[in-house]
Ligand binder design. Structure first.
Ligand SMILES: [Zn+2]
Ligand SMILES: [Zn+2]
Length: 112
């Protein structure tokens, strides 16, 4: 076993779920494992018609996500998976996208 080989390998995979799964509640696991299946499907937002993040179509019916990646991106809007870990951060909430987190870190004052 060569440990130097493993480094690149695990960072390749951590892109997907590795970091999140520890912190997220178990009720997401079922949802996530279904997303690991390849290909297309019909997904609707778990928040149903209460979704305010684009899970409801313009005509008031449930929006259907037909691609895993599309649906996962949508779920991230709810999960706000990107949390600021700088010391003195004034907010506890997370951000839906990495670029939003970066912008927060650049524009918000953090008390050291
Ligand atoms: Zn939604
Ligand atoms: Zn912050």
């Amino acid at each position: 076993m060569s440990s130097s080989n493993n480094v690149g390998f695990s960072s390749f995979f951590s892109n997907d779920t590795a970091d999140d799964e520890d912190r997220n509640a178990a009720d997401n696991n079922e949802l996530r494992s279904s997303l690991k299946k390849r290909g297309k499907g019909s997904y609707t937002c778990p928040q149903g018609l209460g979704c305010t993040k684009g899970g409801v179509a313009a005509d008031g019916s449930l929006a259907v996500f037909q691609r895993n990646s599309e649906f996962r991106t949508h779920l991230q809007k709810h999960e706000k998976a990107f949390k600021c870990n700088l010391p003195g951060c004034p907010t506890k909430k997370g951000f839906a996208r990495i670029d939003q987190l970066r912008r927060h870190q650049e524009t918000t004052r953090h008390k050291a």
